[in-house]
Write a protein that binds this ligand. Structure first.
Ligand code: ATP
Length: 402
């Protein structure tokens, strides 16, 4: 897949109708936006299109209205907030058909540099099926398409893929470009040594990620709940730790694959263990540390131990590129967050390019206060995992190549 895409810096939108697919899928409570990060993140691309004199038509999905108008999932509150954030009117093109008579009339009346927002694209039943009728409607509204919604790049929908195929130019916005630069190019063509760190709960969620990263990286580090299936596959006692017995053979295969490829595969050499999982999750716990080859049968590994944390941090120090997905332990509990903090610190302190992929990992890094120390924190959970799997993302593939 070519990752060399036409971007908003390569196009001339003066006097043109530009349809810009954003990710305005923000949490709403009683009609109020409770987290506006995604709106703020979309501003650079929108401002650029305004400054260049485009007629800027914004669109996005919000929640899951399942193909019909649902007033509680209207994008109207987003238009109001964007108006404040941009300091210029973002006219809301209320229209149950999204691209119906109202929206068309609103676009018709636009002057250069003006902005409108269409209604929730998922009001249309075709949207998530990439149905032709809605893609055509969207394409008919614009001269140029810009896609800045990375969060949906792993889906082929009308408002990212269908419309791209019907316009002359489908460019990527700044947010999308950054994701491609870091998650795409850094993984496909990394500055070496390249260290990949995987954690989180389940091996089964990341089978393809493990396999692909093993091929691309120099060192693969596995921590978190998923490490125990690997440790069991090696013949270790893992007590009551999280395990997926159906994936033992898979883990053995990956261990062999690493050997064959001459890659380092680092697994925890010790664990912070407890006797009962905390409820609530941040309730006090009594921790005892055991080496991986000496775990008692009645304990549960819930974080990497201090020796492992040091070993992982040393591996990070030697890297020029680091990709991290998934916490090293039950980081929601302060006592079981130490391993995740140690790894986050190692990433924060290195001059290497550091990339965080995935929802929970991004949350952990931000929650622990290391967010601004990373080179890139991906905004897409599912989409970033698929990038790490080496898959072609439909929303990226559909953009025009340079
Ligand atoms: P996302 O793909 O959304 O970024 P993630 O890959 O970062 O998610 P998940 O696979 O969702 O991470 O796993 C995160 C969860 O795993 C956390 O809630 C954490 O408490 C839990 N977890 C981590 N280590 C362990 C462990 N040793 N035992 C039990 N649970 C664990």
């Amino acid at each position: 897949m070519s990752l060399n895409k036409v971007s908003v810096d390569d196009i001339n939108v003066k006097g043109k109708r530009v349809l810009c697919r954003c990710d305005f899928n923000v949490p709403l409570k009683d009609g109020k936006i409770t987290d506006e990060n995604r709106l703020v993140a979309a501003l650079p691309t929108i401002k650029k299109l305004i400054a260049d004199g485009g007629k800027v038509i914004l669109c996005s999905h919000l929640g899951k209205p399942k193909g019909e108008p649902k007033p509680e999932l209207s994008l109207a509150p987003v238009a109001a907030r964007l108006t404040e954030l941009l300091g210029q009117e973002v006219k809301f093109a209320a229209d149950p058909e999204v691209v119906g008579p109202n929206a068309k009339a609103a676009v018709e009346a636009m002057q250069d540099g003006e902005v409108i927002l269409l209604e929730n694209t998922r009001y249309r039943v075709e949207e998530t099926k990439n149905g032709e009728a809605f893609s055509k409607d969207l394409a008919s509204l614009c001269d140029i398409f810009v896609n800045d919604a990375f969060g949906t790049a792993h889906r082929a929908h009308c408002s990212n893929v269908g419309v791209s195929e019907l316009v002359d130019t489908a460019a990527v916005g700044y947010l999308m470009q950054k994701e491609i630069d870091f998650l795409g190019n850094a993984v496909e063509n990394p500055v070496r040594p390249f260290v990949a760190i995987l954690g989180g709960a389940k091996v089964a969620d990341k089978l393809n990620v493990i396999s692909n990263l093993l091929e691309k990286c120099d060192t693969l580090i596995i921590g978190g709940g998923m490490a125990y299936t690997f440790l069991k596959a090696q013949g270790n006692e893992i007590g009551n730790s999280l395990v997926d017995d159906t994936k033992l053979d898979y883990c053995k295969e990956m261990i062999e694959k690493a050997e064959k490829l001459g890659k380092k595969l680092l697994l925890p050499i010790d664990s912070a263990t407890i006797t009962a999982f905390p409820n609530p999750i941040d309730a006090p716990v009594e921790v005892e540390v055991y080496d991986s080859n000496n775990m008692p049968a009645d304990r549960e590994g819930c974080d990497i131990g201090p020796k492992t944390a040091e070993m992982f941090a040393d591996a990070v120090k030697s890297a020029k590129t680091v990709v991290w997905n998934g916490p090293m332990g039950v980081f929601e509990n302060p006592t079981l967050a130490e391993g995740t903090i140690a790894v986050a610190k190692a990433l924060a302190e290195t001059d290497a390019t550091t990339i965080i992929g995935g929802g929970d990992s991004a949350a952990a890094v931000n929650q622990l206060g290391f967010g601004d120390k990373m080179s890139h924190i991906s905004t897409g959970g599912g989409a970033s995992l698929e990038f790490l799997e080496g898959k072609e993302l439909p929303g990226v593939a559909a953009a025009t190549n340079k």
